[in-house]
Ligand binder design. Structure first.
Ligand code: FEO
Length: 399
């Protein structure tokens, strides 16, 4: 059975949801599933904007057929070639053999790399090129590295719809509710939107800034991303989040404590610090066990909070492996502009503080507080003053 929604005059959502997939890109947990959005315009010409993941191809084909009726498909605009959006391109070509594929030169190259057969069917476009489908005229805007180098977004100058590719997307399946104003976004969606952005596109902040600059000159009425809700109002909220994330500015003054513990002793020290922070008035504190929390959630909150405390046991004279993985992921995603406090623990040769400091120092604009704490096996009465001083230093550094 088809399942589509009308977005505007002549424009339909023809995507679908996958609630079975456990790991997006086979790495990021998606307990709320994910949507793959595709859009179909019925103008004098019929135009499909991107396809979907293979997992929902059957639903997708039914949706297209239902909206097209007796008409054929004239164009397919491919904004992004990652397989979660391009997997059904050949299937579309098989069913609509006269379709023309509109994409960038690099997108064409990637499609060939993935083994798609499209000879003689492609129309290459680049930044500033326009096309008319009848009433609707579109402009193509290149968006390299948001999230792959071939990416572009397409702006319909007739109705102000921006087909934004991965930009402004989110993890999370759509429970019938397609539009941002049909959900309580700040309550139910922002965490998955942040986790999607930071882990998928977070590395490319300057490229996202470049796209935001281009978008600011457009009169946008609707944003149609490839994942998650379609936006038709409250753009300021979304743009503000994207602006902060892509400049690596924290959303909130707060302390995220990510601890690595083997038997609970480093965790006890982390609890002590959290309690001191709260008693001193800093109540915006969150704590995570690095071994129990998937790193994608840690990355997401590290983009959110201004301060990060890393209490870490020493393991084989090195940083505890899950903590090392977290720090290396931060580095890979180009995270910047955070203040760190370090607590190391070790029963005979604590090393993790020194090693974490070295890694953090290799990242851009990171501040590491001087008063690092070194514990031998457990926190004791003798450590109370240093822990209290550390809590004071963290709060002082927020002013
Ligand atoms: Fe949803 Fe970069 O693909």
């Amino acid at each position: 059975m088809y399942c589509v929604r009308k977005i505007a005059e002549e424009l339909y959502w023809v995507g679908g949801n996958d609630r079975r997939l456990a790991l997006f890109e086979n790495i990021h947990p998606i307990p709320r599933g994910v949507s793959y959005n595709s859009y179909l315009l019925l103008d004098e010409k019929t135009v499909l904007f991107d396809t979907v993941d293979w997992s929902i191809c059957r639903q997708f084909l039914e949706n297209i057929k239902a909206v097209l009726g007796d008409r054929t498909l004239d164009y397919m605009v491919i904004n992004h070639v990652e397989p979660d959006h391009s997997a059904c391109i050949e299937e579309i070509i098989l069913r609509y053999p006269d379709v023309k594929i509109v994409c960038t030169k690099k997108a064409f190259m990637f499609m060939q790399q993935f083994g798609f057969h499209m000879d003689g069917k492609t129309i290459e476009v680049e930044e500033g090129h326009t096309m008319s489908f009848g009433k609707h005229n579109v402009t193509f805007v290149s968006a390299p590295m948001v999230h792959w180098p071939e990416a572009m977004v397409t702006y319909d100058t007739t109705n102000g719809v921006l087909f934004s590719a991965d930009a402004f997307g989110s993890f999370g399946a759509l429970d019938g509710k397609l539009f941002n104003d049909e959900v309580n976004f700040d309550r139910y969606w922002i965490d998955d939107t942040r986790r999607y952005y930071t882990n998928i596109v977070g590395k490319y902040g300057p490229h996202v800034q470049a796209l935001l600059k281009k978008a600011s000159s457009l009169d946008i009425k609707i944003i149609c991303p490839l994942h998650g809700p379609v936006w038709r109002n409250d753009f300021g909220y979304l743009m503000d989040k994207y602006d902060k994330w892509s400049r690596y500015e924290p959303e909130e003054k707060g302390v995220m404590i990510v601890y690595a513990t083997m038997y609970g002793n480093t965790e006890a020290a982390a609890n002590d610090l959290a309690t001191r922070l709260v008693e001193k008035g800093m109540t915006n504190v969150v704590m995570y066990d690095v071994s129990k929390t998937h790193v994608s959630y840690l990355i997401s909150d590290t983009f959110k909070y201004s301060h990060v405390v890393l209490p870490c046991v020493t393991y084989n004279l090195k940083i505890y492996p899950p903590m090392l993985n977290y720090i290396m992921d931060m580095k890979a995603l180009n995270l910047q502009k955070r203040t760190f406090a370090l607590i190391e623990n070790g029963s005979w040769a604590p090393q993790s503080g020194k090693l974490m400091r070295k890694l953090l120092n290799e990242m851009k604009e990171m501040t590491i507080l001087d008063n690092e704490i070194s514990l031998n096996s457990t926190m004791k009465e003798d450590d109370v003053n240093s822990m209290d001083d550390l809590a004071d230093s963290i709060i002082k550094s927020m002013k």
